[in-house]
Design a protein around this ligand. Structure first.
Ligand code: FAD
Ligand code: N01
Length: 565
C-alpha cells in the first residue's frame, strides 16, 4: 500500500477522492489528529485535473481565485502564469499542494472504492476497493467529485469501430497527434468547445457532431502580468473573505439591478465590457434578473447571437450554432477561437439533432439518413453523470441495509448537500443540493470541508453520531425547490437537472440560493447546536436558520444576492 502511515486498516476517517476536496479533507483531518486515509482510482492527485487532459482544457474561473485560500505559504509561493490556467498547470498546482503538505503519504492511489457498508453495532464504515482491500473508519468523507463519472455514451456498435476512441474525461497521458487524421468530435459542451479549435488545427478533416449548441464567450486568456499578481496578493485576504459571501464565490460586483433599469445602449455596453474581459460568471449575473426572467435573459441571448453572426456570416450555420434555451441555464462555455473554427475548410458541423447518430460502424459513424462519416478517431465529449453519478456508482449501504443508489432512485434526498438520512457519519462534499456546481468550486469545497471538520469536532467531543433526519431533508428540499422554481434553470434540459443521462430523475441538482446565503444558513445551523445534523434535533431550528436568510417568498434578506453569480 502507498499509505506509509498505515499499520492496520482501521482509521478515524476514510476520504474517497484526491482532487481539491479530498486533498483538503485529508489535510484537515490530519490536522485534527485523526488517522486518515485517502483513496483514489487515479494514480496521482488532481481529480478532474488529473483526468481531463484533452487539448485546451483549462479553468473558467480565474486562476488567482480558483485556488485554495487556507494556507498562506501556498498562496505566497505558487505563481499562476495565465488568467485561466491550463490543465497541466492546475495538475502541477495540486501536486505542489500535496508535496508542500506531505499529503501523498496519506493516500492510496490506483484503487477504486466499490463499496462502503455501515455497521451499526461497531458504528463504523467498512470501505472496500477493487483490489479487495478493506479499510474501516468511524467517519467517511465522499470527495468523489460532481463531474468525475463519465456518462454512458449510448452510441451502439462503438466496439465495432476500428479507429481510435478517446473520451475528454479519460484522455490518455500522452501526446495525441491528429495530423493527417479524420476526426469526429461528439458533443459541443464545455469540453468540446475547448478541444475543437486545437484538434481542428491538426486534423485533416474534423466533423463536429452537435445535438445542442452551447453559448460560449471568448476567454481572452493571456499570461498574467507581475503587477496583476502583486495587486491580487496585496488585497488577497480581503478578496478571499469577500467571495465567501458572494453568490457564486467570485470577486465581482454586479449592477444588482434588473435589465429594464438600463437603456438598450447602456445594457449592451455592459454586456460588451464583460464580453471583452472574458468573464462568463460576470456575463451571466451582471443584471439581477438574468436567471429569473425570460425577457431579461433574451437580451443576453440576443447579444451573444449577434456576436456569433459577426463571426459566422453564413446564416444557416449561424442559426445552427445559436442556442434557443435561456443563456446560462446550461453551463456557459469559455473558448479560444471556437466560432472561428467553423470557418476553416477542414471543419464541418454535423447536426445530429436533424440526423441522429444511428450507430458506429467499423469505418466511422452512421447517421440516421444512412450517411457514413468515415473517420480515424472518435472523440467523445459527451459529458458526465453529474453530481450523483460517482456516488451512485459505489455500493453504499447505510442503516438497516439502506442502499444509497436505491434511496436516490426518485431524487437525491439529502440535507444541505452534505448529509444523507440513514447514512451516519458519512459526508458528501459538494453533494446534490449544495451550491457547488453553480460556483467557484474551490470556495464551496473549502466551506464544505471546514463545516464537516466542525461537525466532526462536535461529534468527537460529545460522543455523538452525525446523522441527519428525513424531516430535515424534506425541509431543505422544499426550500431548494422554491428557489430553483424561481429560476430559468428548471426550464432547460441539462446536467443540472439530470436529463443528460437517460432514466435519471429530472431534479434540479444544485442549490440555487448561492454560496453566501448557503454559508449563512450553515452558520445558523452550527450556532443552533448543529441543527439538522442529528436525528433527534429540533427541526424548527432548521427552519429558523433558513428564515434568518430568506423570506417566505424565497427572497434573500441580504441585498441582491438571492441567486448565484
Ligand atoms: P474531483 O476533482 O472530480 O475529484 C474526485 C476524485 O474522486 C477523482 O480523482 C476520482 O478519480 C475520485 N473518485 C471518484 N469515485 C471514486 C471511487 N469510487 N473510488 C476512488 N476514487 C474515486 N469548477 C470551477 O469552479 N471552475 C472551473 O474552472 C472548473 N473547470 C472544470 C473543468 C473541467 C474539465 C471539469 C470536468 C470540471 C471543472 N470544474 C470547474 C468543476 C470541478 O469539478 C471542480 O472545480 C473541482 O475540481 C472538483 O474537485 P473535487 O475534488 O470535488 O472533485
Ligand atoms: O459535457 P456536457 P462537458 N449523441 O454535458 C453531447 C465542466 N467543464 O464534458 O446536450 C450526440 O456539457 C451533448 O448533447 P446534448 C462544466 O461544468 C468545464 O462538455 O445532450 N451528442 C452535449 O453537447 C461543464 O458543464 C470546463 O444534446 C451527445 C455534450 O455531448 C461540465 O464540465 C471545461 C451524446 C456534452 O456536454 C461538462 O462538460 C470542461 C450522444 N449520444 C468541462 N451524448 C471549463 O471550461 C452527449 N452528447 C471550465
Amino acid at each position: 500500500m502507498a499509505n506509509s502511515e498505515s499499520t492496520s486498516n482501521h482509521y478515524d476517517c476514510v476520504v474517497v477522492g484526491a482532487g481539491f476536496s479530498g486533498l483538503y479533507a485529508v489535510y484537515r483531518a490530519r490536522q485534527a489528529g485523526m488517522r486518515v486515509v485517502g483513496i483514489d482510482v487515479a494514480t496521482d492527485v488532481g481529480g478532474v485535473w488529473f483526468w481531463n487532459k484533452y487539448p485546451g482544457a483549462r479553468c473558467d474561473v480565474e486562476s488567482l481565485e480558483y485556488s485554495y485560500s487556507f494556507d498562506e505559504g501556498i498562496q505566497n509561493d505558487w505563481v499562476w502564469t495565465e488568467r485561466f490556467a491550463s490543465q497541466p498547470e492546475l495538475q502541477a498546482y495540486l501536486a505542489f499542494v500535496a508535496d508542500r503538505l506531505d499529503l501523498r503519504r496519506s493516500f492510496v492511489f490506483g484503487r477504486r472504492v466499490i463499496s462502503t457498508v455501515w455497521n451499526s453495532t461497531s458504528t463504523e464504515w467498512t470501505v472496500t476497493d477493487d483490489h479487495g482491500q478493506t479499510y474501516t473508519a468511524t467517519y467517511l468523507i465522499m470527495a468523489t467529485g460532481i463531474l468525475s463519472a463519465p456518462k454512458p455514451h449510448g452510441i451502439s456498435g462503438l466496439e465495432e469501430f476500428t479507429g481510435e476512441i478517446l473520451h475528454t474525461a479519460t484522455w490518455p497521458d500522452r501526446e495525441i497527434d491528429f495530423t493527417g487524421k479524420r476526426v469526429a468530435v461528439i458533443g459541443t459542451g464545455s469540453s468540446a468547445v475547448q478541444a475543437i479549435p486545437l484538434i481542428a488545427e491538426q486534423a485533416q478533416e474534423l466533423y463536429i457532431l452537435q445535438r445542442t449548441p452551447s453559448f460560449s464567450l471568448p476567454a481572452q486568456n493571456r499570461p498574467l502580468r507581475p503587477d496583476e499578481i502583486a495587486e491580487f496578493a496585496q488585497h488577497r485576504d480581503e478578496i478571499r473573505a469577500r467571495v465567501k459571501y458572494k453568490p457564486g464565490g467570485i470577486n465581482f460586483e454586479p449592477t444588482g439591478k434588473p435589465v429594464a433599469a438600463f437603456t438598450d445602449t447602456e445594457r449592451d455596453a455592459l454586456y460588451e465590457s464583460v464580453w471583452r474581459e472574458g468573464a462568463p460568471f460576470k456575463f451571466q449575473s451582471i443584471f439581477a434578473d438574468l436567471r429569473t426572467s425570460a425577457e431579461a435573459n433574451a437580451t443576453a441571448m440576443d447579444f451573444v447571437a449577434r456576436k456569433i453572426r459577426e463571426t459566422i456570416t453564413d446564416p444557416v450555420l449561424a442559426d445552427k450554432l445559436t442556442p434557443t434555451y435561456p443563456l446560462s441555464t446550461r453551463r456557459l462555455c469559455l473558448d479560444t477561437n471556437y466560432y472561428a473554427t467553423y470557418l476553416r475548410p477542414n471543419v464541418e458541423l454535423v447536426d445530429v439533432k436533424e440526423r441522429p447518430i444511428a450507430r458506429a460502424v467499423p469505418e466511422g459513424l452512421e447517421l440516421s439518413d444512412g450517411t457514413v462519416l468515415e473517420v480515424d478517431v472518435i472523440v467523445l465529449a459527451t459529458g458526465f453523470d453529474a453530481i450523483t453519478g460517482a456516488l451512485r456508482n459505489i455500493h453504499i449501504v447505510g442503516e438497516k441495509g439502506r442502499v444509497l443508489a436505491n434511496y436516490w432512485a426518485d431524487a437525491p434526498h439529502n440535507f444541505i448537500g452534505l448529509l444523507v438520512a440513514g447514512f451516519p457519519n458519512m459526508f458528501t462534499v459538494t453533494g446534490p443540493s449544495s451550491p457547488g456546481a453553480l460556483s467557484n468550486m474551490v470556495v464551496s469545497i473549502e466551506q464544505h470541508v471546514d463545516l464537516i471538520m466542525l461537525a466532526l469536532e462536535h461529534a468527537r467531543k460529545n460522543s455523538v453520531v452525525i446523522e441527519t433526519s428525513e424531516s430535515a431533508q424534506d425541509l431543505w428540499a422544499t426550500h431548494g425547490e422554491m428557489l430553483a422554481n424561481r429560476t430559468l434553470f428548471v426550464t432547460t434540459d441539462s446536467w443540472y437537472v439530470g436529463t443528460n443521462v437517460p432514466g435519471k430523475p429530472r431534479v434540479f441538482l444544485p442549490y440555487a440560493g448561492g454560496v453566501g446565503n448557503y454559508r449563512r444558513i450553515c452558520e445558523g445551523l452550527v450556532a443552533r447546536h448543529f441543527a439538522g445534523f442529528m436525528p433527534e434535533n429540533d427541526i424548527s431550528l432548521v427552519t429558523e436558520a433558513i428564515n434568518d436568510v430568506f423570506d417566505a417568498e424565497g427572497k434573500s434578506k441580504f441585498a441582491h444576492t438571492a441567486l448565484p453569480h
